[in-house]
Design a binder for this molecule. Structure first.
Ligand SMILES: C[S@@+](CC[C@H](N)C(=O)[O-])C[C@H]1O[C@@H](n2cnc3c(N)ncnc32)[C@H](O)[C@@H]1O
Length: 253
């Protein structure tokens, strides 16, 4: 969704009061490379209303401690983690198709969060919870090993330019953590319309010892994944679409 050049990182505010022996106040601490840049985007009146009215029920605060998933959803059910749901079209569609599963959905862009909340209200969905936070930190801090039934990452930002490739989500360190958070037999489903990123995904997922491919290479689009608006635009531009579905093994072979 975003391919504009990233803005310089904000200086770390804590650097202004550096501890003795630490860096001088004008030197920012190195920050982790993120897979997104904060975009200005207009929140519509309907999205703002949904944020105000439904946010308190469906948006969970980020926390530095493990999340009690059953308590967060008010029931025990298999949990699907979605990273970067955009405007939430696919999320709402899949959550309505699969009412017996709980969907924990991360997105940093506020209008997208408002859009999904609006859909939740319109469709009467109860099996979605949203984290408006960097999913990498959510995985690191809030999710325990062997707790997720599935993970969906649909059309993550491709970061076309070589110097931005380090921002791509699908890289070995995150994939190793995701594999470890899945239950044995759980699946990780990625999709992209950018061939070089599809090739990187295939290479990285294949190299992760805890995962095994469910297909010989790329997978057929599973029936639950609808075509998104973003994807249709790509198809019109003549892009292909690649799905990858890998399962977590019981143990490293
Ligand atoms: C290209 S869009 C695709 C959106 C949607 N999945 C679709 O198929 O239309 C990628 C989305 O991922 C979000 N994103 C990127 N990195 C993220 C992160 N670390 N945590 C949460 N959301 C992230 C972006 O804000 C953006 O909305």
């Amino acid at each position: 969704m975003t391919s504009s050049p990233p803005r310089p990182e904000d200086p770390n505010p804590s650097a202004a009061t550096a501890a003795p022996g630490g860096p001088p106040p004008h030197v920012a601490h190195p920050q982790r490379v993120r897979s997104f840049v904060t975009r200005a985007g207009r929140t519509t009146t309907g999205q703002a209303k949904a944020l105000a009215e439904l946010g308190p029920r469906f948006v969970l605060p980020f926390q530095q401690t493990k999340l009690d998933l059953a308590a967060a959803f008010g029931r025990e059910a298999p949990v699907v983690l979605e990273i970067g749901f955009g405007m939430g079209d696919a999320t709402a569609h899949i959550a309505s198709l699969r009412p017996d599963e709980n969907f924990l959905c991360c997105e940093v862009h506020e209008p997208g969060v408002g859009a999904l909340l609006k859909r939740i209200g319109e469709m009467g969905l109860t099996n979605i919870r949203i984290l408006q936070h960097d999913a990498v930190e959510v995985v690191d801090h809030m999710l325990e090993a062997s707790t997720l039934a599935s993970i969906h990452i649909f059309f993550p930002d491709p970061w076309h330019k070589k110097r931005h490739h380090k921002r791509r989500l699908i890289q070995p360190p995150l994939v190793a953590k995701l594999a470890q958070r899945l239950i044995p037999g759980g699946y990780l489903h990625c999709a992209t319309d950018w061939q070089p990123y599809a090739e990187q995904m295939l290479e990285v997922l294949t190299a992760e010892p805890l995962l095994e491919n469910t297909a010989a290479g790329y997978a057929e689009r599973p029936a639950y994944r609808p075509e998104t608006k973003f994807e249709r635009r790509g198809l019109k531009l003549g892009h292909g679409v690649w799905d990858l579905v890998f399962r977590r093994r019981a143990a490293v072979p």
